[in-house]
Ligand binder design. Structure first.
Ligand code: RAM
Length: 360
């Protein structure tokens, strides 16, 4: 569930909360941590040595969904900070669009360059899988972040928050803004994005619950994380569904474009916009009354955590098995959960009362 998080909550404390939460549900023991996990191509991987020194000079590459997305810039900025702290070599590459296969050629180049770690926000869980598998066969550690690759093709996944928590939070905000009654629509990113689809699935499940029976999801459309297309899709939603009460955009590109459209249209004050947005992009729409509330985590922390997870893998401190722990600099200690997933922490809800406290 999305909850209000004060900016004053120290990042270390947030990390500690996550560790406690995962340890409590996982029930993992030391023995299972040390059990051999299958490695690339089914070979047994080395056992984790939590006391192994962190290697210096590691080549850690970041491959976000697309380069011309302000969210990705913040995310990879956090990655660069981590790699600098770790005395590694940072590299940033990526496509200009978030289409399904746009990342494959970049992965192949990173393999040729013998990177130690590839971190990736996957545009399509399966399209990148064969190349990532080749990378792992070549001894490269693979960390997915933000949007997961198929689990068999990566070592760990850095999830920004729990998938359930994000989906439930989106419905909660939509319900509040709609007063519990009326039509809502989703404006998503690309149709193949792992993260978007996982959140939409939870939204659909939540809408089946009796407490949400007053809400009708009338459409799900895709702006492809392209500003212009997202703007047009928002426009199209209102043309087709004039009684729409809320646009829910779980993408920073989509929510900013939808807010821009609504704020300059006859629908301002009648149609609410919510979802996941960057405070710096959304500030003007909160101030002009178009957006009452939306949520996000700090994207820089995801990149930072991905960098530290990559270094821990490449240093042999972790293998990606549930229950293993690693240290992520200023964010504190993290524990790997089920399915190799590491959860950053609960998102923050932004509104007029707190938006000026954030700068990303
Ligand atoms: C967009 C991307 C990204 C998502 C954020 C919330 O920038 O789709 O993957 O996590 O929005």
């Amino acid at each position: 569930m999305i909850r209000h998080l004060r900016r004053t909550v120290a990042p270390v404390a947030l990390g500690a909360v996550v560790v406690l939460g995962l340890a409590a549900c996982g029930g993992t023991t030391r023995d299972s941590v040390e059990a051999e996990q299958p490695g690339p191509a089914g070979e047994p991987a080395a056992t984790a040595d939590p006391n192994a020194p962190t290697r210096e000079g590691l080549k850690i590459a970041f491959l976000p969904k697309q380069l011309n997305n302000p969210y990705s810039d913040v995310e990879t900025g956090g990655g660069e900070e981590a790699v600098t702290e770790l005395k590694g070599e940072y590299k940033l590459v990526g496509p200009n669009d978030a289409s399904a296969s746009s990342q494959v050629s970049y992965i192949n180049t990173l393999i040729q360059q013998q990177q130690d770690v590839i971190t990736i926000a996957a545009n399509d869980a399966n399209a990148v899988c064969p190349s990532l598998q080749q990378a792992r066969d070549a001894g490269i550690k693979v960390v997915s972040f933000d949007s997961d690759a198929a689990p068999e093709c990566r070592d760990v996944f850095i999830n920004q928050a729990t998938t359930e928590g994000i989906g439930q939070g989106l419905v909660q905000m939509a319900s509040t803004l709609a007063g519990g009654q009326g039509e809502i629509a989703i404006l998503s990113a690309t149709p193949n994005a792992t993260n978007q689809n996982a959140w939409i699935e939870v939204v659909e499940q939540e809408l089946q619950k009796p407490e949400n029976s007053g809400l009708q999801l009338v459409a799900t459309v895709y702006g492809n994380d392209d500003d212009q297309k997202s703007f047009q899709e928002a426009q199209g939603l209102l043309a087709t569904h004039p009684n729409l009460k809320v646009i829910v955009a779980p993408t920073t590109v989509g929510i900013a474009a939808a807010a821009r459209y609504i704020s300059g249209s006859e629908y301002k004050g009648r149609v609410a916009v919510t979802g996941l947005g960057l405070p710096n992009q959304m500030r003007e729409f909160v101030k002009d009354g178009t957006v009452a509330q939306f949520a996000l985590w700090n994207p820089a922390d995801i990149g930072y955590l991905a960098g530290y997870a990559g270094a821990a893998l490449a240093s042999g401190q972790i293998t990606g098995a549930e229950g293993e722990t690693f240290s992520a600099g200023k964010l504190g200690e993290y524990t790997i959960g089920a399915g190799g997933e590491v959860v950053l922490g609960p998102p923050t809800v932004f509104d007029a009362s707190n938006i000026d406290q954030f700068d990303f």
